[in-house]
Design a protein around this ligand. Structure first.
Ligand code: IMP
Ligand code: MG
Length: 348
């Protein structure tokens, strides 16, 4: 696993699994030369914490902390130019960020339509960021694309070409997915889903990479399950109970209260299958086991915690290689080197 050229990171539940934190660690540790964001668009909010600073990214890849990484957005992604330009400033990455000329543009009208549509806003309970209506316009082939927007001209890059050339040079490339498998338009709990497929294959297609070029698919699970918006959530607990357990969270983009449930092994197993994931990143492990807060060594995990990890591996057929033990990008147990000697499982 040390010679990995392309790694795809996807969400395993309903989004908000902590992909930003995992990707930030991969950036600091693996030094990718290129990261390309696939997925839906600025309905996502990836949070990166580092040295007491918090960054919330809705458009740029979460690898920006490694300052030699190019930050690209694939043609499959919807772009809100205002959000993109603000994030360039916030992260100071103007010189190394780019987006594909074919990215669809989210306009103010899309946001208004999303918020005003009673089906979207009240039944599906969307993020109100214009995602569904902008996708509709793309499908109708009337959407504006990035090459038509003057302010975006300096940042236009042929993203599939840049990513594939980096792979040709055997450089380390990260393909960043957004949302989660079970809010995929195709594989999720339809109709309570987002407006496109967000599994690993779709994420690769978003940035112009075919399935033969991917070595590792890392699926991210939080140690408990959360969901925002409408739709089924097995084992859902009350808000009061969630807050007692320390599982109470507010959504990054909308500020809404996230619904919560215990870790769902059946869903995890299906998520691994749908994404052909060979590795699992488990986040917020310190919320279940406070004694692991900040721990970086697997051996320091209490035996109950190890049993939980073994159960996940047993039931999904994939290895838990990354374990988040706190919000900071450095608070993580990285077992990839250790377990690469054993077989990092294919799905069963
Ligand atoms: P939309 O993607 O804004 O159309 O929202 C459709 C559904 O997906 C709603 O239930 C949203 O709450 C959910 N959703 C979309 N993006 C995210 C995300 O990044 N994290 C969590 N839920 C999301
Ligand atoms: Mg999020």
């Amino acid at each position: 696993m040390e010679d990995l050229p392309a790694t795809v990171i996807v969400g395993g539940f309903y989004g908000d699994e902590g992909k930003g934190k995992i990707i930030a660690h991969l950036a600091l540790h693996d030094h990718p030369t290129v990261a390309a964001r696939g997925g839906v668009g600025p309905n996502a909010g990836h949070t990166v914490e580092y040295n007491g600073k918090t960054f919330k990214l809705r458009m740029l890849p979460s690898t920006f902390l490694y300052e030699r990484c190019r930050l690209l957005i694939g043609p499959g992604v919807l772009v809100n130019p205002k959000v993109f330009l603000e994030e360039l400033k916030m992260t100071g990455t103007e010189s190394r960020a780019g987006l594909d000329p074919q990215c669809s543009i989210i306009e103010e009208g899309h946001i208004q339509r999303d918020k005003a549509d009673p089906h979207l806003s009240q039944i599906i309970k969307t993020t109100g960021t214009g995602i569904g209506p902008a996708t509709e316009d793309r499908v109708k082939r009337i959407a504006k694309t990035a090459h038509q927007i003057d302010e975006l001209k300096p940042y236009l890059v042929d993203v599939p070409l840049a990513v594939n050339q980096a792979l040709d040079r055997e450089e380390n490339v990260i393909i960043e997915g957004t949302q989660g498998t079970f809010i995929s338009l195709v594989h999720g709990t339809y109709p309570f889903v987002t407006s496109k497929d967000v599994t690993a294959s779709a994420t690769c297609a978003d940035v112009g990479v075919g399935p033969r070029r991917v070595n590792d698919v890392i699926i991210v699970f939080k140690s408990f399950v959360t969901r925002v918006g409408a739709g089924p959530l097995d084992g859902e607990i009350s808000e009061e109970e969630a807050s007692k357990r320390g599982w109470s969270e507010l959504a990054t983009v909308t500020g809404r209260q996230r619904r919560a449930a215990p870790f769902d092994f059946a869903l995890a197993s299906r998520g691994v299958m749908l994404n052909s994931a060979n590795q699992i990143a488990l986040t917020k492990f310190d919320v279940l086991y406070p004694e692991v807060k900040g721990v970086r060594n697997f051996e320091e995990i209490p035996s109950k915690g190890k049993e939980f990890i073994e159960e996940i591996e047993h039931k999904t057929g994939a290895m838990v290689t990354l374990i988040g033990t706190g919000a900071d990008s450095m608070a993580i147990i990285d077992r990839r080197r250790e377990v690469s000697k054993t077989k990092v499982g294919a799905t069963t």
